[in-house]
Ligand binder design. Structure first.
Ligand code: ZN
Length: 145
């Protein structure tokens, strides 16, 4: 295993052990989406708070493997305070990274890159994208703006 892979594995384990923005709220101004990944048993709920087209807050709560749970934490940090358009661009860049397609490295950077290696394990791509697909659906469905 190379140094970069070790670093990425450490990033994933850090987010798994100390996830950011974990825990749901009962605030009705948050838009909630629940998703399940039957192939691994991952279960994920995300909550989105938008104001004037800007993501003001993201919450997540789920059970599942380390890739799924940690990627929800990374997703929340990556998309926080972004416009809806920028967030969707980052989400699509993340999907492209996971399927080894070209993506704009000015759009996607930071801890999200730790999941690049998942592209080698097609069965785990659904784990790495579950929280991202949930927030994508929330962004599309939420009619706040
Ligand atoms: Zn999983």
């Amino acid at each position: 295993m190379g140094n970069l892979e070790q670093l990425y594995r450490q990033v994933i384990m850090d987010h798994y052990k100390n996830p950011a923005n974990k825990g749901l709220v009962t605030d009705p101004t948050y838009f909630t989406v629940h998703m399940h990944n039957p192939s691994c048993g991952d279960d994920m709920t995300v909550q989105l708070k938008e104001e004037n087209g800007i993501i003001k807050d993201i919450k997540h709560q789920g059970t599942g493997c380390s890739i799924c749970c940690s990627s929800a934490s990374v997703m929340s940090l990556t998309l926080m305070n972004q416009t809806k358009e920028d967030a969707l661009n980052k989400i699509h860049a993340y999907y492209h990274m996971l399927t080894n397609e070209p993506y704009d490295q000015k759009v996607l950077f930071g801890d999200a890159l730790a999941y690049h290696g998942v592209a080698q394990f097609p069965a785990r791509i659904k784990c790495a994208t579950l929280a991202w697909k949930a927030i994508e659906q929330a962004l599309i469905s939420n009619k706040e703006d």
